[in-house]
Design a protein around this ligand. Structure first.
Ligand SMILES: C[S@@+](CC[C@H](N)C(=O)[O-])C[C@H]1O[C@@H](n2cnc3c(N)ncnc32)[C@H](O)[C@@H]1O
Length: 344
């Protein structure tokens, strides 16, 4: 089979090994690169990811001078909820809730089925053994598969005497109104899976008040691995270069055996229609928020991505036509941290 595909009447070479597999973290032996992880205990690298996420959250809150004492937090798209649970139990936060419409193993991007309480106890013990201090040098060896570059500084933790319990709701972001509560902090590492940006902000507004902080940890659709391992292509930034019709043709030609799943993830499990980081900022400014901080954490594959970036420069006209508000910075991005504050 000829390994090329026409995009905008021009031939592009397709090479899944070189342009995709090289960029993915290894999967469980016996599974395909596009399979969700099977039921198994959480491994060292996944534990590292949780510790880094929690450490970065606390570090950035410190950096912007935000005191968590007596505050309430809602994690939207909380997954297994371990990050907010650690935040609740190792700070003087007053309360913390989490929402996610899917349980472990139910969404393509969910955590695999595992014992959440056991995982919480293991990570709590790790922090206790570190004398209740976050120090990245103590878990750096579990971050070798992480796409990150922002090393958070040390954070002193406060271990609560009694374990504080979180409340979990099986709501999606579209149903936040049902909570009938306002929170001081909204944390969300799931916005790339939620469609309709205008609705997202409208729903976040139901759970925020003047002074509330909204923190997104976000992998942009337009970044190199924006459609994740499940729907990325064998062409660098193929998902940005191709129109929807061209993407469907690509999937029919190169991934016929999993066409339905691949298209479903692309059009339903990641936000569609797409929105850029610029669109997110615009919507928040329009809704009475200020932007407090924006970091583009460009990590693990920065060099490889830079080497492949010629394809973007050579085809800028196609990209510009499809997504006028998109910039090179977002195409080259790793993970964003964006913090807003409600000011009206
Ligand atoms: C990449 S996972 C992140 C999970 C968790 N925040 C973490 O950091 O481990 C994305 C999460 O988004 C959730 N999700 C999918 N659609 C959603 C929606 N409409 N509203 C809220 N969460 C959603 C999935 O169930 C999944 O748990």
């Amino acid at each position: 089979m000829k390994k090329t595909i026409k995009i905008n009447n021009k031939n592009f070479k397709v090479d899944i090994k070189e342009n995709l597999l090289k960029f993915l973290t290894p999967t469980t032996p016996g599974t395909k690169y596009y399979d969700s992880p099977p039921e198994r205990t959480i491994n060292k690298f996944e534990k590292g990811r949780i510790l880094l996420q929690t450490n970065q959250f606390l570090y950035l809150m410190n950096s912007i001078g935000y005191n968590l004492k007596n505050k309430s937090l809602l994690d939207v798209g909380a997954g297994n909820g371990i990050v907010p649970r650690l935040i609740l139990n190792f700070t003087n936060l007053r309360k913390c809730d989490g929402t996610d419409p899917f349980y472990d193993g139910e969404h393509t991007t969910s955590w695999q089925k595992h014992d959440r309480d056991k995982l919480f106890l293991t990570l709590s013990k790790f922090l206790k053994d570190q004398k209740n201090e976050f120090d990245i040098s103590k878990y750096l060896n579990s971050l070798t598969q992480q796409d990150f570059s922002m090393r958070p500084g040390k954070i002193k933790l406060i271990r609560n005497k009694k374990t504080k319990k979180m409340k979990f709701y099986t709501f999606g972001a579209a149903d936040l109104k049902k909570l009938k509560k306002k929170y001081d902090i909204i944390y969300c590492k799931a916005i790339e899976h939620i469609s309709n940006l205008t609705e997202i902000i409208k729903n976040i507004n139901f759970v925020t008040k003047k002074g509330s902080i909204v923190y997104f940890k976000h992998r942009s659709f337009f970044s190199y691995l924006g459609p994740h391992r499940y729907s990325s292509t064998g062409i660098p930034w193929g998902h940005v270069l191709m129109s929807s019709a061209e993407y469907k043709k690509y999937v029919s030609k190169f991934h016929k055996d999993r066409k339905k799943k691949m298209l479903n993830f692309y059009f339903s499990e990641i936000s569609y229609p797409r929105f850029t980081v610029n669109d997110i900022i615009k919507e928040f400014l329009n809704n009475g928020y200020q932007m407090v901080l924006k970091i583009n954490e460009n990590g693990r594959f920065n060099v490889e991505k830079a080497k492949k970036s010629k394809i973007l420069l050579d085809n800028w006209k196609i990209i510009e036509k499809r997504y006028p508000s998109l910039g090179l910075e977002e195409l080259m991005s790793g993970i964003y941290h964006i913090i807003f504050k409600k000011i009206t």
